[in-house]
Write a protein that binds this ligand. Sequence first.
Ligand code: GUN
Length: 288
Amino acid sequence: MTATIISGKELAQTFHEDIAQEVQRLRKNNVQPGLAVILVGEHPASVSYVKAKIKDCEKVGIHSTAIRLGERTTESELLAHIDKLNHDPQIHGILVQLPLPDHISEEKVINAIVPEKDVDGFHPVNVGNMVIGDECFLPCTPHGIVKMIKSTGTDLQGKHVVVVGRSNIVGKPVSLLMLQEHATVTICHSRTQKLTDITKQADVLIVAVGREEFVGKEHVAPGTIVIDVGVNRNHEGRLVGDVRFDELKEIASFITPVPGGVGPMTRTMLLYNTLESAKRHQAVTHTG
Ligand code: GUN
């Protein structure tokens, strides 16, 4: 079997067209969606992620502002920037690129963003609302993964989804979203015993462990849908995922590539959340 590639890049393009139309519609009603992205330091991957996010905004007509702060920025300076953006009516979404330097508390920073502008979906209020299935901003990577699986025409009801990884950004939230799709979900992690026995039972395997080409053919049964969330630079300087793509493309039914898979859809869900935030803002200002 040769897998069908789920191209996040192509799927993102179709979402961009819809988002751009919605942005135009809002603009006609005098609402210009705006996103602020804060980057602290010069982490090379973060620098390129932030650039890509700004470029995406330009593409769909969302106003964006990138605030680049030095590595030595203090926590209180960063919190002051966030406070200003929280009160800025032109800004509907605030994203602080992670990871932050060690002297700054990620928790404090995430908690400082008002939930109404937390387009990352990381604030405890949004996380809590996601858990109970209430209105919230869904975290971008998990949300993008749901869209990618749905694009294959797969009905997740009753399917066994195995998630490898338990991070707050991907593993935990994607497991919950899969549960909301009525899948049966197993979460595996670095201390899981007999990992291959579990991953082989998966109808859908989502891998977010941050370890270069960790998952291979010994982990996967024929016909599995494989979603690779990893982005690692290998010893040749090439971007590779958490799964051995060349091995698994011969076994899986569908597989996401790296690059061009989950990444572009994560960024697209950020645009989606920013647009959503602007729409909510419009609804409040027009009724309140
Ligand atoms: N760093 C890696 N992924 C993410 C993300 O989704 N949001 C933020 N803010 N930082 C990240």
